[in-house]
Design a protein. Structure first.
Length: 421
């Protein structure tokens, strides 16, 4: 039974491996996939389509309504003679004035389209930043996994050497135990790095809306590209480009139009109507007669609400409160953006300072490695000593890559704060 279960498990595992698809992605490709397939982007695009349909609905109020009515009645055993009547009615109504409600509603729905587009732009900015963070985090984590693997192998080599020396009494048992403890910690760090890599890969797949069985291999390098940053220029760009500011400017404009729409409830409604009636019936007299009785009416209707228990006034007051809230939120979002820009600017400056420090340390360990390699060639140090120098250099290289990683994310956050991609 155990053999059968093991065989089934082996077949399942083999099938999973066969159908697992590995794809290599650079940052630009990842962003393109995310902007194409992420559900939040697709929902935003559908919101724009929905807003367009709502605008089309509001235009219908500008056109007349045409209705056709048909009525056929056949009265039997009620009159001395059966009576059949046919009535036809055609009605045409056209709104002439509704207190500005129609025009303001159309204008409001146009702004809703712009608002949906602005919210989509904001979603895109947030998604691009999230993809950049996830992509570079996964890329750095792969390098950390490789580094932890090298550290683990280095400690294993040290343990093997020390055990040989222990046989000849050159090291104590406590030295062996100390290295074994370091080995255990290194093994733990390596496994944690693998788990974190898997978690980051799952996050990136979620952002790109990829299937679970796909394996992502990020392609890229940590490259420092110096860029002159002028805070005052970035500040002006943020105030002009950030979608959030455009969003609340539109909401404020829409709130003002909503006030006007609500006020139209207190204004007169004027409409014109034309009706055409046509009917045919048998006569109730002794002689049955058939004929068409046609007539038409044309009129203008005026309705002016005089008193509704102050209901409309309360609705106007509510709309004014909504406008005031929108104006307050607009000023608040400006302050929040200024704070975000300042914080990301300072983070970027800190990242540049850390990067310069990491570069200086890398040069030091690179020089130490060159010296160790020369000594190894001359037989002055062991292979393990040379590997120790190599490992220290790899650690310093990873530290520089980590510093570049922080710089890239800080730069991306600063660009997002400016309103750019």
């Amino acid at each position: 039974m155990k053999k059968i279960l093991f065989f089934i498990f082996f077949i399942f595992l083999s099938t999973s491996l066969i159908y697992a698809e590995e794809i290599s992605l650079n940052l630009e490709e990842a962003i393109a996939i995310g902007l194409r397939d992420n559900p939040n982007i697709l929902l935003g695009e559908e919101e724009i389509n929905k807003a367009k349909q709502i605008l089309s609905q509001s235009y219908s109020s500008l056109f007349p309504n045409l209705n056709l009515g048909l009525n056929l009645q056949d009265a039997k055993e009620f009159y001395p003679k059966d009576i059949t009547s046919i009535n036809t009615q055609i009605g045409l109504t056209q709104a002439l004035y509704q207190g500005g409600r129609i025009i303001n509603t159309i204008s409001l729905n146009k702004d809703k389209i712009l608002l949906s587009q602005t919210i989509l732009d904001k979603t895109k900015l947030e998604l691009v930043l999230a993809i950049k963070k996830a992509f570079y985090s996964l890329l750095l984590q792969e390098k950390l996994v490789e580094l932890n693997k090298n550290i683990l192998e280095n400690i294993q080599a040290h343990l093997k050497t020390q055990k040989e020396r222990y046989k000849y009494g050159q090291v104590s048992e406590s030295d062996i135990l100390s290295i074994e403890t370091s080995l255990s910690n290194a093994q733990k760090s390596y496994e944690e790095a693998l788990n974190q890599k898997e978690s980051l890969e799952a996050l990136l797949k979620n952002l790109l809306f990829l299937k679970e069985e796909i394996i992502i291999k990020p392609q890229g390098e940590f490259i420092y590209e110096p860029k002159e940053i002028v805070y005052d220029t970035a500040f002006l760009e943020a105030l002009s480009k950030r979608p959030e500011i455009k969003e609340y400017e539109l909401k404020e404009r829409m709130a003002k139009k909503q006030v006007e729409i609500t006020r139209s409830l207190n204004r007169p409604n004027i409409s014109a109507a034309w009706n055409y009636y046509s009917g045919s019936r048998t006569s109730l007299g002794t002689v049955s007669q058939k004929g068409w009785q046609d007539y038409q009416t044309l009129g203008v209707s005026v309705q002016w609400p005089i008193f509704d228990g102050m209901l409309t006034q309360h609705k106007i007051n509510e709309a004014l409160v909504d406008l005031k809230q929108t104006q307050i939120l607009k000023e608040k979002i400006k302050k929040d953006i200024i704070l975000e820009l300042k914080e990301t600017y300072l983070f970027l400056k800190d990242a540049i300072a850390k990067l310069r420090k990491a570069e200086a340390e890398l040069l030091l360990y690179q020089d130490n490695l060159s010296v160790a390699e020369e000594k190894y060639k001359k037989g002055e140090i062991s292979w393990l000593d040379k590997e120790d120098a190599m490992l220290k250099y790899e650690i310093s290289l990873f530290n520089k890559q980590s510093a570049i990683y922080e710089y890239i994310l800080a730069k991306a956050s600063f660009e997002k704060a400016q309103g750019g991609m």
